[in-house]
Design a protein around this ligand. Structure first.
Ligand code: HAS
Ligand code: CU
Length: 593
């Protein structure tokens, strides 16, 4: 039975959510190509370097926050509905959608108002050049923060709809195991509820009142820390839905079955437990946080590699099972038996392959000492275009090729275009992210409109900086073409339903839910432990940040900065050192002689 025939109401909602996601994807991609050509110096004719930061903010917010959140809301709605076999509670789910949409529009207006010369609102000119990491001291128009807050509250409501659905299902099925897809959605949402505490306090408690002028000062380190409290786990809020597709759809697409349902549950529980108490790994270079706390964050981060390594094993094993069912043989020969002509399959497999590389650059980021080498360089955007920009985005696009027909009763307009699209993405990203990683190692900074400084050459240990700039620009152009092909293909597959029957049931795991210990489904227990871990990881750092810098930043002494030329300092310094030298001579002289 096809999803849209069985659950027409939820289908309509999911379609709306996907459409908003793809509109954001299209606009965000446009900003992406403009800024890539700008910062590489290939073409600077479209925007001024001052507007670069507005576009960069729009790019990050529309892609990393709006595209992802709407797609995830749609995907989760589909997953909960099909696995619990009942329509979502419509009222809550639609209100969630409206709030999220309203919030996203407000934030986008605040950002774009900056370049469009929009009228001033609330006595302030519209602007929000705060980047998608919108902590202080950069300040946006209050509208931006209101928008962000509504997007988050909307996502909370969306989660409520999934939980209401679970409770309703539980009443009718008191003894059954939570179906795997619903389990994945619920653990992700529990993680999300914990993570968003940080950003909600930052936005509502500090950034919004500060932008409204209710108080003059702010403690930047505090808002940064609250931001990263959320800013790390948000990456798993993006990744876990991609994993949901890899675990539950990819095996079927491969022609086989998921290797292990219990292992998949363990992975999602581990993410719930470990995603949040690691945010300080984005702050290794922040003064004001003791090294010991950073060390704890690093250790937790290394544990957090485990669920992804388990995933690599389980998902590849399931693909291999599929390939062998299709007649594949040999140690690696089975790879040839996979359905490479299916864009949904190929997109997800290529996304997984790129994530292996993205995961390794993540491990490098996570090491405190190596982080000093790459922090704030172009290496970091290289890392996250492999992770959120490919593991997540390409999986979502590939998943759409499979889902969209079931939501619309229309065939995909063109499978060959779909296939070309995912391959172009892979090639474009290989070029762009490789160039970004290498340039990062050369010291090229991120978030910079014109990273070419007069009288300064980046030292290239191999190749040349011009070569890598061109590689980056070429990759970005391919990515833009790929996005246009994707959005066009989906737009052309929309309209009045044509024929039913596009769905295919998902295969059952080789080792099913019955094999997994019942305690895994005890969501209260895992939520409780996750909260305890967060309290342990964050209480002391937050107390010391507030103690040192004040809740609202008052009482912070300016950090002493030596601005005098060294020569004027040298004389008094050597005069001051004289008694010490004398003392050293007197005491050590005898020993040394
Ligand atoms: Fe990260 C910075 C550490 C994963 C996103 N990360 C970022 C930023 C973003 C981001 C957006 O410790 C920049 C934020 C900003 O603007 O400043 N990251 C990690 C670590 C992981 C990691 C340890 N990141 C992600 C994911 C993201 C994401 C996932 C988005 C979705 N990241 C960091 C750190 C920083 C950072 C530091 C701060 C850097 C700085 O200084 O600013 C790990 O979770 C990675 C684990 C992954 C693996 C890979 C397993 C492989 C798999 C592939 C299986 C293959 C298949 C296909 C299925 C160990 C699962 C097979 C195909 C066949 C054909 C057979
Ligand atoms: Cu992180």
């Amino acid at each position: 039975m096809v999803f849209v025939d069985e659950y027409p109401k939820t289908s309509k909602l999911v379609r709306r959510q996907f459409i908003v996601a793809f509109v954001a994807l299209g606009i965000g991609a446009l900003f992406g190509i403009v800024q890539a050509l700008h910062r590489t110096g290939v073409f600077r004719g479209l925007i001024s370097s001052a507007d670069y930061y507005t576009l960069l903010t729009g790019h990050g917010v529309l892609l990393a926050l709006v595209f992802t959140t709407f797609f995830i809301a749609g995907l989760f709605g589909w997953a909960v509905t099909s696995s619990l076999q009942q329509e979502l509670p419509q009222r809550v789910a639609w209100w969630a959608f409206r709030l999220m949409l309203f919030g996203s529009v407000l934030a986008t207006v605040a950002i774009l108002g900056g370049v469009m010369g929009a009228p001033s609102i609330l006595g302030q000119d519209l602007s929000a050049d705060v980047l998608f990491t919108f902590y202080a001291p950069l300040q946006a128009h209050p509208l931006f923060y209101v928008g962000a807050a509504l997007l988050i509250v909307g996502s909370w409501l969306a989660g409520l709809a999934y939980f209401k659905s679970l409770w309703q299902w539980r009443a009718e099925n008191p003894d059954e195991r939570i179906p795997l897809q619903a389990f994945m959605v619920l653990t992700t949402m529990l993680m999300w509820y914990i993570a968003t505490i940080g950003i909600a306090i930052a936005v509502v408690g500090f950034l919004l009142p500060w932008s409204l002028g209710l108080f003059d000062n702010i403690n930047p380190l505090l808002t940064r820390t609250l931001f990263w409290f959320w800013g790390h786990p948000v990456v798993y809020f993006w990744l876990m839905p991609a994993y949901l597709l890899w675990y539950t759809v990819l095996p079927t697409l491969s022609g086989g079955r998921l290797f292990s349902d219990p292992l998949a549950r363990v992975v999602f529980v581990l993410f719930l437990l470990l995603s949040t108490p690691v945010g300080i790994h984005h702050q290794y270079v922040d003064p004001g946080i003791a090294e010991g706390f950073k060390m704890i964050a690093m250790t937790n981060t290394m544990f957090l590699l485990l669920p992804s390594l388990l995933t690599a094993f389980t998902v590849v094993a399931s693909m291999e099972h599929g390939a062998r069912q299709r007649g594949g043989t040999g140690l690696f020969g089975w790879l040839r038996a996979l359905p490479w002509r299916n864009p949904a399959f190929t997109g997800m497999a290529l996304a997984g392959l790129m994530f292996a590389a993205g995961g390794f650059s993540g491990m490098i980021n996570a090491g405190m000492n190596i982080n000093y080498l790459i922090h704030n360089t172009l290496w970091v955007p290289g890392h996250f275009h492999l992770t959120v920009g490919t593991a997540v985005a390409l999986t979502f696009m590939a998943g759409t090729y499979w889902l969209w027909p079931q939501l619309t009763n229309r065939q995909l307009y063109s499978r060959p275009i779909g296939l070309a699209q995912v391959v172009i993405w892979f090639v474009g990203m290989a070029l762009m992210s490789n160039a970004m990683h290498v340039m990062g190692l050369f010291g090229v900074p991120r978030r910079t409109a014109e990273p070419q400084y007069q009288g300064f050459d980046f030292l290239a240990s191999f190749g040349s900086i011009t070569e890598f700039r061109l590689q980056l620009a070429l990759g970005a152009t391919l990515l833009f073409i790929s996005t246009v092909l994707f959005v066009g293909n989906i737009a052309a597959s929309s309209g009045t339903p044509k024929r039913s029957g596009h769905g295919r049931p998902l295969s059952q795991p080789l080792s099913g839910a019955a094999d997994s210990p019942a305690v895994l489904d005890n969501l209260r227990l895992w939520f409780g432990i996750a909260m305890v871990l967060v309290v342990l990881a964050y209480t002391l750092p937050l107390v010391s940040i507030i103690d040192g810098g004040g809740l609202l930043g008052r009482g912070v002494e300016p950090v002493p900065v030596i601005a005098e030329p060294l020569t004027t300092l040298a004389e008094p310094l050597s005069a001051a050192a004289e008694p010490i030298t004398e003392w050293a001579k007197a005491t050590l002289g005898g020993v040394l002689r």
